[in-house]
Ligand binder design. Structure first.
Ligand code: ARG
Length: 703
């Protein structure tokens, strides 16, 4: 029986693979046989004619892909949104399709120039007429989706395509009658898969395997219970049969060479309008502004990549390239995201890059009160290491105590309104906490090109250094240490027991003694093994001179702890002359504050070890205050803790033998941190050698 359903097709008179605009076309230029293509197309034409009415649009010479009439536009009722092809190779088809639609009484909408949308190739109606699924990522732009919603008065669900083989939505997604959905999940990003799963019940989802997907099984024409496609595996056919669909296979191999099959070769032009549908697109757009050395520092590329990686899309509205070498550039970028949720994620990352959300620029930040002590309101803005400002009562306030992983709390004090980073546990009932992402900006230092290239720490932007670069880094760190010392600055060291085990103790002692270190952070272990070595000559029971285990040596560290406990503190043990050398000795003698955070192994602990982690945290942050540089020496967890409390701008050097640790620590997205993969004992020894070479005082030449 022929139903009243109509399809538009275009005969393959001029069909060929003439260019490459998708991966299927690669290597296939002029490789398809015209005769076979005509034969396959005719067969498809007749199969469809058995079930529906077929209209034809005249093929045009020079436009070989015009056979793929799915890309003519998107039809709903009397309305059609005409395609705007991304590639110039197909743009010439537009007027021919437009003419056909107009001659056949359709109301044609055309999108703004430069806003690609490839018709029914990228937009598929739910067969129950409930909504429109629209793809983006390769051909159609996300920003076209709100137009579809408005003109066709329908809800649009945006799906992001990730696999370039499935560059059009109809190559991997096919809504079927009765609410079924045939699709290839591997073609979509995880967010889109979640959206699909939320909309389509599990029993209605027919997920296919890659082998079927590459045969274009999803590129199917569905007329009631018939599903017409190039090819399907036996298991797919039986899966479809189970739910009442009959597969008709008709080979379309010649068209696969251009990246299309059954569905691409047809356009359904009778699409009934659903009953209770309404215009709605969850696509959101915002305009952000960025300023600084956008090109030199790679900020703009990072911002644009980030938007796309997170599932959004962008349009650069303005880009003002600084005229002189020293000038900064400014950009305004329109960001679109498929939902509010994704938009929030994108914007908060862009803020980290220094972007300002433009319309919000005139808006105050949104505040919500804390209603349970120690718990922030949902959607609270998570602070970063970058200097941040928030807009309260039309004024930008600098956030105090800048640190990572906190909430920003606003309070009224005698000196006016204050914004402060607070840890979750410190939030008190009544505190007002910044939520959402409005009225928040981070301030990125706009150093000049010269500064960046000449500064000692310019090498730091290159991230993790290993092997041959170690010496260069050591040289730079030595200069930096010298400079900080000469200017009365502050260097804090985080050290693990490995410093002692690898023989780095004596070098660290020298750094402390010679005034290069202003604070020491660690745990119970570094202090214990340091004193063990200096009292008993072993480190964890190993003789440090001979490198062999000493009999009974495994008890050494406990004996040391016990001795120090007898005196009541490390300082007292030093005073009593029990501890005569070592890192802890030097700290005590030189009045260098230290904090030992915890011992989960619970050996002892030393009387100085702070077993209350919250208090330990407080001690740490007190010592870090005002630091110019932090040297992280083989102590992963203490260093991560320290990294989180340290605002951007503080130079960090992370040394560890394990590259994964170094990467983790130095990857703060800030140029002031560098990782060094090497033995920490060796690093310290090279560092002291290097410092010895710096005889003449460093002369400051920047500032
Ligand atoms: N060669 C054509 C292109 O790349 C194939 C179009 C396939 N059409 C479709 N609806 N998937 O544009």
């Amino acid at each position: 029986m022929v139903s009243q359903i109509r399809f538009l097709m275009c005969a393959p008179d001029h069909y060929d693979v003439d260019y490459v605009i998708n991966p299927w076309m690669e290597g296939n230029i002029h490789k398809s046989s015209r005769d076979r293509a005509v034969e396959q197309w005719n067969k498809l034409y007749h199969v469809i004619k058995d079930h529906a009415i077929v209209d034809l649009v005249a093929p045009e010479k020079g436009w070989p892909d015009m056979v793929f009439s799915a890309n003519a536009g998107l039809v709903l009722g009397e309305n059609v949104v005409l395609s705007r092809f991304l590639h110039k190779e197909r743009q010439g088809e537009e007027p021919y399709f437009q003419q056909w639609f107009e001659q056949n009484g359709f109301n044609v909408y055309t999108l703004p120039k430069d806003l690609p949308f490839e018709g029914a190739g990228d937009a598929l109606l739910d067969r129950e007429g409930r909504w429109l699924w629209a793809g983006y990522g390769f051909r159609s732009e996300l920003d076209s989706h709100p137009y579809l919603a408005k003109w066709l008065d329908i809800e649009v669900i945006s799906l992001r395509l990730m696999d370039e083989r499935f560059y059009h939505l109809d190559t991997c997604f096919c809504p079927l009658a009765n609410g079924y959905l045939l699709y290839y999940p591997g073609a979509f990003d995880s967010y889109s898969n979640r959206v699909i799963e939320m909309r389509v019940a599990p029993e209605k989802r027919i997920a296919i395997v890659e082998a079927d997907a590459v045969n274009f099984a999803c590129n199917a024409v569905n007329v009631e219970s018939i599903v017409i496609m190039n090819k399907a595996s036996e298991s797919l056919k039986s899966r479809l049969a189970e739910v009442g669909f009959q597969v008709i296979e008709t080979p379309l191999t010649e068209f696969l060479k251009a990246g299309g099959a059954a569905k691409c070769l047809t356009l359904r032009v009778t699409e009934p309008i659903g009953e209770e549908i309404y215009a709605n697109a969850s696509v959101e757009s915002r305009v952000i502004r960025m300023e600084g050395h956008l090109l030199d520092a790679g900020l703009i590329n990072r911002a644009l990549d980030l938007i796309v990686e997170m599932g959004g899309s962008f349009q650069v509205l303005k880009f003002n390239l600084g005229e002189q070498r020293q000038s900064t550039s400014a950009a305004e970028v329109r960001v679109s995201a498929p939902s509010h949720e994704v938009m929030e994620e994108i914007i908060s990352q862009l803020i980290d890059l220094g972007a300002v959300d433009l319309p919000q620029d005139e808006r105050d930040t949104r505040l919500e009160p804390v209603i349970q002590a120690g718990v922030a309101p949902d959607d609270f803005y998570v602070s970063t290491i970058y200097p941040t400002e928030v807009r309260v009562n039309r004024e930008w306030l600098k956030v105090q105590n800048q640190r990572m992983d906190g909430a920003i709390a606003i309070s009224q004090t005698a000196n006016g309104i204050v914004a402060k980073c607070k840890l979750l546990r410190d939030l008190e009932i009544g505190d007002k906490v910044v939520v959402d992402v409005f009225g928040i900006r981070t301030v990125r230092k706009a150093e000049s090109r010269e500064q960046r290239n000449s500064q000692e720490f310019s090498f730091m932007s290159s991230g993790v250094s290993s092997e041959r670069r170690v010496e260069i880094v050591v040289e730079q760190v030595a200069w930096e240490l010298r400079k900080i010392k000469d200017s009365g600055g502050k260097v804090v060291v985080t050290a693990g027991p490995v410093v002692i085990h690898t023989g780095g103790g004596e070098h660290l002692c020298r750094l402390v003694r010679e005034g290069y270190v202003q604070g020491l952070l660690g745990g119970n272990a570094i202090a214990v093994h340091d004193m063990e070595q200096n009292i008993l000559g072993t480190s964890l029971g190993v003789d440090m001179k001979r490198g062999v285990a000493v009999r009974g040596g495994h008890r050494h560290h406990l004996k040391v702890i016990n001795t120090v406990r007898r005196f009541g503190s490390i300082a007292k043990a030093v005073e009593a002359g029990v501890v005569k050398s070592g890192v802890m000795y030097e700290c005590v003698k030189n009045n260098i504050p230290f904090s030992l955070a915890g011992s989960i192994r619970d050996d002892g602990p030393l009387p100085d070890t702070q077993m209350n982690l919250i208090l330990a945290q407080q001690e740490y942050s007190k010592i870090i205050e005002g630091a110019d540089m932090i040297l992280m020496l083989s102590s992963m967890l203490h260093s991560i803790g320290v990294g989180n409390m340290t605002p951007a701008g503080v130079k960090m050097v992370c040394v560890d033998i394990n590259p994964a640790v170094v990467t983790k620590l130095s990857d703060r997205g800030s140029i002031e941190s560098v990782g060094v993969v090497t033995d920490v004992g060796l690093f310290l020894s090279l560092l002291t050698q290097q410092l010895d070479k710096l005889t003449s005082p460093y002369v400051a030449n920047v500032g």
